[in-house]
Design a protein around this ligand. Structure first.
Ligand code: 5RP
Length: 293
């Protein structure tokens, strides 16, 4: 009883209004009214102090096959896992190479259906029970806004995934695809991101672009940015910095990490920008120092 009294007496000092410290800091756009399981899973993806995430994306093989840097997932990805907050991957790579003891939030690629060799956007979604089985913290579903053939199908995929997500308490990340015919501008990305959020996505993955703040401001849930094609390291760190400064809640980055000349150094430098507000110069210096080791 003495211990309990001590805790109660000190509750204002230690825990503010009695809410665990971590929760006080966990302010994630659009998540206030979600159920406990959804919040718990989001809090695994997003660092509860910074409210941001470094998501390592290595799901590329599901459409591209053995992409450069991902030929050997055990050598190319496993050593990077410790530096990520969450992992965006397919259930195939998850079960075959990711140690279940890694303790990382899994954002499970949950749509599939076609490859780079045909029409990329013709997808279906996986059984959500399998996402629960692997303890996924989110399900990622691609949406092809503006695609003449598959827009409706991919929005329906997202809607079904959201239904499933609420049934099982698993958040959904809408992944905005970019067709060859679509402009990569703020108008397109804000439209695509907003459509994902309006259809129930709890996180949106999109791309950085000029006028990115407009994309963030018109989206009621957190946005993470993909890195896109490999850039020189300094430019990739500038991209992260600009995105974070303009309101991104993190990165979902693949090629600019695993195709880097020093992937472990690169992901740590990205962490510096996302969680510690390093400038691109500071982060690049960190990258170069770590790369030498
Ligand atoms: C592939 C994806 C990737 O996960 C996404 O594009 C992020 O990777 P990158 O930073 O290499 O663009 O959705 O289908």
């Amino acid at each position: 009883m003495a211990d309990l009294d001590g805790i109660l007496e000190n509750k204002d000092k230690d825990y503010g209004i009695g809410i665990p410290v971590a929760n006080q800091h966990f302010i994630l756009k659009g998540s206030d009214n979600l159920d406990w399981g959804m919040k718990d899973r989001l809090a695994r993806i997003f660092n509860v102090k910074s409210g941001r995430t470094v998501m390592l994306a290595f799901d590329h093989g599901y459409i591209m096959g053995p992409t450069s840097g991902l030929e050997r997932l055990d050598l190319g990805i496993v050593p990077l896992i410790e530096y990520a907050d969450s992992l965006m991957c397919t259930r195939g790579s998850l079960r075959s190479v990711v140690p279940p003891t890694s303790g990382k939030a899994i954002c499970l690629r949950s749509s599939a259906g076609s490859s780079l060799l045909t029409d990329l956007n013709n997808e279906c979604i996986i059984d959500p029970v399998d996402a629960v089985r692997v303890n996924a913290s989110a399900m990622a579903v691609m949406v092809a806004i503006g695609n003449q053939n598959f827009e409706a199908k991919t929005v329906e995929n997202l809607a079904r995934a959201v239904d499933n997500g609420y049934k099982y308490g698993v958040p959904v990340m809408g992944v905005t695809a970019v067709g060859r015919e679509m402009a990569r501008d703020a108008r397109y990305f804000s439209t695509a991101s907003r459509i994902c959020a309006e259809n129930g996505a709890n996180i949106v993955k999109t791309y950085y672009c000029e006028g990115f703040a407009k994309v963030v401001n018109s989206c009621p849930v957190p946005i993470v940015i993909a890195g896109g094609k490999k850039l020189p390291e300094k430019e990739a760190l500038e991209l992260c910095y600009n995105a974070i400064n303009e309101g991104a809640a993190g990165v979902d980055m693949g090629r600019n990490v695993f195709q880097s000349e020093a992937p472990a150094a690169m992901i740590q430098a990205v962490r510096g920008v996302v969680h510690d507000n390093l400038t691109p110069d500071q982060a690049y210096e960190m990258f170069r120092d770590l790369a030498k080791k």
